[in-house]
Design a protein around this ligand. Structure first.
Ligand code: ZN
Ligand code: ZN
Length: 420
């Protein structure tokens, strides 16, 4: 026997129930995003490695350890995209989108790649959707993005969603805070990784799982915000209040990425058994310049699709599907041909029907219809086919009516309408 294969470690096939959740998430996200004025963008799965080194930052786990990077046959250094914002910003700059009305609002929905340790709800190929508003920044836009995603999660049936918020300050006040943090970190005991981070990127110490106590006594950025950062943050929170978004202040939320400025936030399910981070975002006014553009305000969010699907599953969210109530059963070649046409008639009328054209026995087809809890079967044997007609059988009462093919759609519509 030939060798059998498995998905690469940390990756998974999507089918059945999972794709149903994914499809539902896509439907809610794309409808809502478009309503808020976001147009779809899909950037390539791979980018020049430098796009991520510059945007995400060299001193991050993502770039240091987690990227799938390789050299192409043409000697280009490329990486599978580990996140979405850098590519969208590269596209904004490359395509001169600053000539359009600002901000340019875009959303994406697709796969991303990080070589991480496998754990529940975390994959090496994972899906994210994101919203980005580039070219103009203000508290209203920040709040609108938060409120849009909050609404999407609610529409998907998730309960107890909470947003943790903080401000990272801007280039002016963050420097002052970093100075204070560095001074503090010199006096405390750190894990070996953080010893290094304390010098290169002190904010990342606040993200460390091993240095939790250090974090609890550290100076808080909120006390170091300059006047304009403080006012922006306050305004954003007032908008969130206005839109009934439930949030908590978390003074240590810093998000691991270098490009954030101003507000940052993360979405959680507030549940002891399911403390699941669903994604987050913030303001990133510094990113455009890192990627060779001029100064541009920008704001965005990225959400984990697997995480959201997992939360939906755990909360028992049911995906309502339009379940067919009609089954087309046929016997003989002439009937099969005519039934294929009838099937198309129903498809055009947007009435879902089951069929089993692969089966030849009428009995097994009707058994299947019973198993599917079908209400009406359209049955066509050789005799009916010659007469250009079919039987509509009520699978509950057993009553049957002979109907001409041309009248089938009309007759079924009447039955669907009258059914209680
Ligand atoms: Zn540490
Ligand atoms: Zn500031």
């Amino acid at each position: 026997m030939a060798q059998k294969f498995q998905t690469p470690s940390g990756m998974h096939d999507l089918f059945g129930k999972k794709t149903k959740y994914f499809d539902k998430i896509y439907e809610v996200v794309s409808n809502s995003a478009r309503f808020y004025g976001f147009e779809r963008i899909e950037t390539p799965i791979i980018e020049d490695t430098k796009v991520f080194q510059r945007a995400v930052g060299n001193d991050t786990d993502i770039v240091e350890k987690e990227m799938y990077s390789f050299k192409t046959k043409g000697d280009d250094n490329v990486s599978l995209r580990p996140e979405g914002t850098a590519g969208v910003m590269r596209a904004y700059i490359e395509n001169n989108m600053y000539t359009k009305p600002q901000p340019v609002k875009m959303f994406y929905f697709g796969p991303f790649f990080r070589y991480e340790r496998s754990q529940a709800g975390r994959y090496r190929q994972f899906w994210q959707f994101g919203l980005e508003a580039i070219g103009k920044g203000c508290p209203t836009i920040d709040a609108q993005i938060i409120s849009a995603v909050y609404g999407m999660l609610k529409d998907l049936g998730l309960k107890d969603v909470i947003v943790e918020v903080n401000s990272m300050g801007d280039s002016k006040c963050r420097g002052v805070y970093k100075g204070a943090l560095k001074k503090y970190l010199k006096k405390v005991k750190l894990c070996p990784d953080c010893e290094r981070r304390a010098v290169t990127n002190p904010l990342r110490v606040l993200d460390c799982k091993q240095c939790v106590e250090v974090k609890q006594n550290a100076p808080q950025i909120i006390d170091y915000l300059c006047k304009s950062c403080r006012e922006d943050f306050k305004k954003t929170l007032e908008f969130l209040d206005e839109m009934n978004v439930v949030y908590d202040l978390n003074p240590f939320l810093v998000r691991g990425l270098d490009y954030y400025t101003g507000i940052v936030y993360e979405f959680f399910i507030k549940d002891e058994e399911l403390p699941l981070a669903l994604g987050g975002g913030g303001r990133y006014d510094g990113l455009s310049e890192l990627l060779g553009g001029d100064e541009r305000a920008a704001s965005g969010v990225a959400m984990g699709v697997e995480r959201i699907a997992l939360a939906m599953e755990k909360m028992g969210v049911e995906i309502k599907e339009k379940k067919p109530q009609i089954f087309i059963a046929q016997l003989g070649d002439t009937a099969k041909k005519k039934c294929l046409r009838i099937f198309e008639t129903f498809r055009k009328a947007n009435i879902p029907v089951y069929e089993s054209f692969g089966k030849d026995s009428l009995k097994s087809q009707l058994n299947q219809a019973n198993k599917l809890n079908i209400r009406w079967a359209i049955i066509m044997g050789e005799e009916e086919a010659i007469k250009n007609s079919a039987v509509i059988r009520d699978m509950v009462t057993g009553s049957q009516d002979l109907v001409e093919i041309d009248d089938l759609l009309k007759e079924i519509k009447i039955r669907l309408k009258n059914k209680k």
